[in-house]
Design a protein around this ligand. Structure first.
Ligand SMILES: [Zn+2]
Length: 274
């Protein structure tokens, strides 16, 4: 599933190719996405200009010049692709937004169909975003707030970091990487972790996320940027998906796969002690 660095890669791609473009039409929108939208939304967006694109956690906001917004969540396999309007037939293309003038389009492709693409009118926008209950974005949160929010909970650190209402943007891959690099066992109770250690974890989180963004994210199967280019960060992961490989931090034990809170989890049993 795309996490913060992958979503940020898409946002940066969109900023480069669709910001400032005028929407000519929503050429099609699959029934499962139509259900998420208010009736007649397609008519309301024709002629609107895309003002800006931003992100909170894994949620993409495509802001229009009338104050409305498209909220996009890629979930498991969603992709936003910038392409020409004459695209080959593909059952996985669920929404197509055409632009005025240059014969180009934005496609929402999603094999598993868990993704969202929702038009939210200006007057409903702030209430809608508030109802999402997101915590601070993992890239923007300050160190003090990060330490404070984790210290204030008595929960296992891995599921806590995965909880989007606590910190927004992390998923299974980056949580495993952050905990491994910080040498913290994923089942440790957050309130019992020293503040100094949580601060270290914050620094690792910032470095790991930024490094992955530089590498255009992690691609294991379907993730790509808006021009279909895969990420390269999978080549630099030290824990996630590395079971059986020698831990590169201690060089003593092999990375092991365990299950924490029903999630496959990769740890070094030497570096990360319960
Ligand atoms: Zn180790």
């Amino acid at each position: 599933m795309p996490e913060l660095p992958e979503v940020e890669t898409v946002v940066r791609g969109l900023q480069g190719c669709v910001a400032g473009k005028t929407i000519s039409e929503i050429e099609y929108c699959a029934p499962h996405l139509r259900k998420l939208n208010l009736r007649g939304f397609a008519g309301k967006v024709a002629g609107r200009i895309i003002d800006s694109i931003d992100r909170i956690g894994k949620n993409i906001f495509i802001n229009l010049d009338d104050g409305a917004v498209f909220l996009v969540h890629l979930r498991m396999t969603g992709q936003l692709l910038y392409c020409c309007q004459q695209v080959p037939e593909d059952n996985h293309n669920h929404l197509k937004m055409n632009f005025v003038g240059n014969g180009e389009a934005l496609l929402f492709r999603d094999v598993r169909k868990f993704g969202h693409f929702i038009h939210i009118p200006a007057k409903k926008k702030s209430a809608y975003i508030e109802s999402m209950g997101l915590g601070e974005d993992a890239l923007k949160i300050e160190a003090d707030s990060f330490v404070e929010v984790l210290k204030s909970k008595k929960r296992m650190i891995k599921p806590l970091l995965l909880d989007q209402s606590v910190v927004a943007g992390l998923g299974n891959i980056y949580v495993d990487e952050i905990l491994h690099r910080s040498k913290v066992h994923p089942q440790k109770i957050s309130s019992g972790i020293a503040s100094r250690k949580l601060r270290e974890m914050y620094d690792h989180m910032q470095r790991i996320l930024r490094f992955s963004i530089e590498n255009m994210g992690t691609t294991f199967d379907s993730f790509s940027g808006v021009n279909s280019e895969p990420g390269r960060n999978q080549n630099y992961l030290l824990a996630y998906n590395n079971a059986g490989k020698l831990c590169s931090l201690c060089g003593k034990r092999k990375i092991k796969r365990i299950v924490v809170a029903q999630r496959g989890t990769f740890i070094c049993t030497n570096c990360q002690r319960p």
